[in-house]
Design a binder for this molecule. Structure first.
Ligand SMILES: Cc1cc2nc3c(=O)[nH]c(=O)nc-3n(C[C@H](O)[C@H](O)[C@H](O)COP(=O)(O)OP(=O)(O)OC[C@H]3O[C@@H](n4cnc5c(N)ncnc54)[C@H](O)[C@@H]3O)c2cc1C
Length: 746
């Protein structure tokens, strides 16, 4: 054995066994359930730009395009969002039927099982399109295609389950819901008390081995109307009928809702967004063993299965819904700021409003960039555990920021609710996006970096695995190899990070063109991030798991880097449009400022003070940029204020609204205002109103009438709804539940 191993590596190995996080079997299964992509390059400190640039830009097949132009449009045209959310509280029966008949619930199911077999990108485009019209409808379509029975059967189902269930799910004959959350177990879903016990029972008249289940789930989307529940529960085998007696662990099974003991039907009202959502209980419900997803071999492996299914769905559903909301906010706020005047000027010309508009436009650009990069990687067959968490958190968080900005700019117009208010439905849906598929605080603080560190770091997982190797000699060999590799990696990143922090030089592809400085700065921050993360592992070890604020900041830095990479990729894939550069700059400057701040605060809060003394002067995290300049901000805001190809690119692929809807009105007023701009400009220059202009012979009668039409169109946009007391009485029927949910009544 070498001297290094004996006298240096061995003591470090002994220390690391105590200090580094160990993985329980469940954690190890969850960590291994997804894979990594470009975030691992960012974690390496020296990203390989070829990987990013070579990734095929996502596109739709002809069939997928036709589905959006055909059934998606037809579906949206048949539903009225106001009616669903405020009057009927549900999609019309013909819309449900249409969704089933046209295969909306089977987008992810391959064609040979009767589904549409869409790519991740096409699936995302469908959700984005529908969400631009109705969040309620989008959630309805999203859920069966996201984490749930379909995805779980596809990934883990037995051949029989695939043969029996997938065609029925694809045709909509079976409508699934996915039940994980229970009354006391929300974010900590593994603490659920819902239980299944292995026992004998009767199924189709025969005595079989099965599971007797009891559960009380809440918040379950589609539960009130579903025909089959994909349930997660804790499985026990007290009599040892399946193997050694005892606790088997979290398990997922298919439970038809027509079985005796299953209760569904009651509804929650989720933030005024009236998709089907409600509680479900089960009392002594018996299912045979072959209802376990994956069969009895997968009993107890539910947590890994859920993590794996989440890695796919989480990267598509909410990011697509958020991209739709954000694009709609850019579209409407840009237009509204153009047509709404105060102090005799369109409000979009005021600097304060422009700041909000620039943020909206750049968020719309970034979110869609992230969505495209993520779906492109999913379509390459990756199961993106870390990236899907990044996208879930940042897409919904930026959607919230964007809608807040959009509401501010629209002011009273967006506050007063009614069918004419096109922002409220998006605004109301925000908390749902923030809460579901991993509530945002826990996703930011525990998951992104917590999982990213172990999954995407080039050495950490290998070191942890070496620590868990039972054979001491093998453990030492493996640890020696990975530990010294890790040390070399850290030193290189320290030098690289320091060099680029002081010289401004970092790697960029030779042909990067106008965005080469962005690549260079991303290289700089990648190295700085990698060494800062390593210092956090070194000084905090296993305690890093509990230091959520440090973990969250490192997760922020990683996420911002991923989104900047997505922006670079989008700019490239769309043909390097110079006109879009203000958005690229606004987005990346914002990202760099956040990364600098996140790393600066991480270092400042590291319990070992010496880390700051070493890293701060080398990496200069405090010398981070201030974010976008006023010039960039103004230029970015103008891109959504006036019609432009950039604006069209931002809002492409959204549903075309009915002419008399709130959205339809703003579209036509915006067009009319633009068409009349030469006339209004003439009047502005001479400081006259339209009437004065006509009297002075500066405006022809036709021009005057055109301005009158513009004014009428603008008034139709700024109009808000009001109601008679009788109308309001009808709207507000008594919403208090007359019959309390059984538990509440006891
Ligand atoms: C409209 C809607 C639809 C839903 N649909 C479904 C569905 O179809 N199927 C399903 O199974 N579930 C569903 N859910 C449940 C959803 O996934 C949970 O609401 C979510 O997991 C959070 O659980 P909770 O609401 O109990 O919050 P809690 O878990 O009580 O969390 C409260 C707060 O504490 C934070 N927190 C918790 N632990 C930590 C930690 N360790 N570190 C930092 N912060 C922490 C959370 O981020 C959150 O901010 C739905 C929920 C809603 C509202």
């Amino acid at each position: 054995m070498s001297l290094r191993k004996t006298y240096v590596t061995k003591p470090i190995l002994d220390w690391a066994k105590r200090a580094l996080p160990s993985l329980s079997e469940t954690e190890a299964e969850a960590v291994n359930s997804g894979d990594v992509h470009f975030e691992a390059e960012l974690f390496s400190g020296k990203p390989d730009w070829r990987m990013l640039r070579d990734l095929q830009a996502p596109t739709l097949t002809e069939e997928e395009r036709a589905f959006i132009d055909g059934p998606c449009r037809e579906f949206c045209d048949m539903i009225d969002p106001w009616d669903i959310d405020h009057q009927s509280g549900d999609l019309p029966a013909e819309a449900w039927k249409f969704l089933r008949d046209k295969g909306f619930f089977g987008m992810i199911i391959p064609k040979d099982h009767g589904g549409l077999g869409f790519s991740a990108y096409a699936h995302s485009e469908v959700v984005r399109y529908i969400a631009s019209h109705s969040a309620t409808a989008a959630v309805t379509v999203m859920v069966p295609n996201s984490l749930g029975p379909g995805e779980l059967i596809l990934q883990f189902g037995t051949e029989d389950q695939k043969r029996v269930w997938l065609p029925r799910l694809a045709s909509g004959d079976e409508l699934p819901a996915f039940g994980l959350t229970s009354e006391d177990a929300g974010s900590d879903a593994s603490a659920m008390t819902d239980e299944g016990v292995i026992c004998k029972g009767t199924w189709n008249g025969e005595d079989v081995l099965g599971i007797r289940m009891n559960w009380a789930k809440r918040y379950i989307t589609l539960a009130p109307v579903c025909s089959v529940l994909g349930l997660a529960f804790r499985l026990r085998d007290p009599e040892g009928l399946l193997g050694p007696a005892g606790d088997i662990g979290i398990t997922c099974a298919l439970v038809p809702t027509d079985l005796p003991g299953v209760e569904t039907g009651r509804r929650h009202l989720p933030s005024g967004t009236m998709f089907m959502n409600g509680p479900t209980t089960g009392k002594d419900v018996f299912i045979p063993l072959d209802h376990i997803i994956g069969g009895p071999d997968y009993a107890g492996r539910g947590w890994m299965m859920l993590m794996s299914a989440l890695a796919a769905g989480r990267g598509i559903s909410l990011p697509s819904l958020s991209a739709a909301s954000t694009a709609m906010a850019a579209h409407t706020t840009g237009a509204y700021s153009r047509i709404r005047k105060q102090f005799n000027l369109p409000i979009g010309l005021f600097g304060g409003v422009q700041e909000a508009m620039a943020r909206i436009a750049s968020n719309a650009y970034v979110l869609d960039a992230g969505r495209r990069l993520t779906t492109a990687a999913l379509d390459e067959g990756h199961n993106l555990a870390v990236i899907s968490a990044i996208m879930k958190y940042h897409a919904t968080d930026r959607m919230r920021d964007t809608l807040n900005d959009a509401m501010d700019v629209h002011s009273g117009k967006a506050v007063i609710d009614g069918p004419l208010n096109y922002l409220q439905p998006f605004y109301r849906a925000v908390p749902i996006g923030i809460t579901v598929e991993g509530a945002n605080i826990v996703t930011r603080n525990l998951i992104i970096f917590g999982q990213g560190a172990i999954r995407a770091h080039p050495y950490l997982l290998k070191e942890i695995e070496a620590l868990q190797e039972p054979d001491p000699e093998k453990a030492l060999d493996a640890f020696d190899q990975h530990f010294w590799g890790h040390v070399g990696h850290s030193i290189r990143n320290l030098l690289r990070g320091g060099w680029s922090a002081w010289t401004g030089r970092g790697d960029a592809p030779a042909d990067a063109g106008k965005v080469a400085p962005v690549y260079r700065r991303l290289s700089r921050w990648s190295a700085a991030f990698a060494i800062t993360a390593d210092m956090a592992f070194l000084t905090l070890g296993g305690a890093l798991k509990r230091k959520e604020m440090i973990s969250a900041r490192l997760g922020d830095a990683l996420s911002e880097m991923y989104l900047i990479a997505a922006v670079l990729k989008r700019w490239e894939d769309e043909g390097r449009n110079d006109a879009d550069l203000p958005l690229v700059h606004h987005a990346t400057e914002t990202g760099f400022a956040r990364i600098g701040q996140a790393l600066d605060e991480t270092i400042a809060n590291m319990p070992a003070r010496w880390v700051g003394w070493v890293l701060r002067p080398i990496l200069r995290p405090g010398a981070h940029p201030r974010g976008p300049s006023d010039k960039v901000t103004e230029a970015a805001a103008k891109l959504i204020y006036a019609p432009s190809a950039t604006r069209d690119r931002l809002v492409q692929g959204l549903h075309t609204p009915a002419p008399d809807s709130g959205l339809g009105r703003i579209d036509s007023a915006y067009r009319l205002v633009e068409e009349a701009e030469p006339i209004t400009k003439r009047l502005r220059e001479i400081g006259k109103t339209a009437t004065e202009g006509r009297e002075a012979g500066i405006l022809s009668d036709a021009e005057f009438e055109q301005l009158e039409r513009v004014e009428a169109a603008v008034q139709r946009v700024v109009a808000v709804d009001d109601y008679t007391p009788e109308e309001l009485e009808r709207l507000f029927s008594d919403m208090r539940p007359a019959t309390p949910w059984p538990e509440a009544a006891e």
